[in-house]
Design a protein around this ligand. Structure first.
Ligand SMILES: [Cu+2]
Ligand SMILES: [Zn+2]
Length: 211
């Protein structure tokens, strides 16, 4: 009997629970009452010219190239292409040079874009708008427009990409456009004056702004 009562109480408890009303369903949104009034006339804006006010795209970066040819006197066969692109802090240089003797070679931007002499002496001295001493690119004073040495492999090829700081491809005094690009027979010691004891000029090219 006791047991039956317990079961009954349980059942009652359950039925009480299950008989509790379900949660009230959300009331349906009131139907929009059909209005007899016409909807307010939408203001008719004057047709605006569809002209997106986007900022003008930035101008493409200034670029230039130099095509190297061997100097007659050196009897070298050094050729190559140097590409220049103006970047935020200087000019990015990409050099692809061939037919070098394996090892390090000085290269510099020289002050004149004139490769006519057999030894390329016509290209003048190092491009040096600041009147500084010749030195390593990270030295406090150095010539603008060169950056260490190029290193040729056993195949005679040298490729290098780097940023030369402090120069431009613009129309200002630090621009290397119209200057000469010279590759030397020897390594630049980065201290001998005025030109790093770099030996003969084995190839020369004029830095020309890309069209
Ligand atoms: Cu030089
Ligand atoms: Zn120099």
């Amino acid at each position: 009997m006791k047991h039956t009562l317990f079961v009954l109480a349980l059942a009652l408890g359950c039925s009480k629970k299950s008989s509790s009303p379900p949660p009230a369903a959300p009331e349906p949104a009131p139907e929009p009452t059909a209005s007899t009034e016409p909807p307010p006339a939408a203001p008719t804006p004057a047709p605006e010219p569809v002209k997106a006010e986007e900022p003008a795209p930035p101008p493409p970066p200034k670029t230039a190239t130099a095509t190297l040819a061997p100097t007659k006197k050196s009897k070298s066969k050094v050729t190559g292409t140097i590409s220049f692109k103006e970047v935020a802090d200087g000019v990015e240089v990409t050099a692809n040079i061939e037919n070098l003797k394996a090892g390090d070679h000085a290269w510099h931007v020289h002050e004149k874009g004139d490769c006519s002499a057999a030894d390329a002496a016509s290209a003048g001295e190092h491009f040096n708008p600041a009147g500084a001493a010749h030195g390593a690119p990270d030295a406090p004073a150095h010539h603008a427009g060169h950056y260490g040495n190029l290193t040729a492999g056993k195949d005679g090829k040298a490729t290098k990409t780097f940023v030369m700081k402090g120069i431009t491809l613009g129309d200002d005094a630090n621009s290397i456009v119209g200057k000469g690009f010279i590759v030397h027979a020897k390594k630049d010691d980065l201290k001998s004056q005025p030109a790093g004891n770099a030996g003969d000029r084995v190839a020369c090219g004029v830095i020309e702004r890309a069209p």
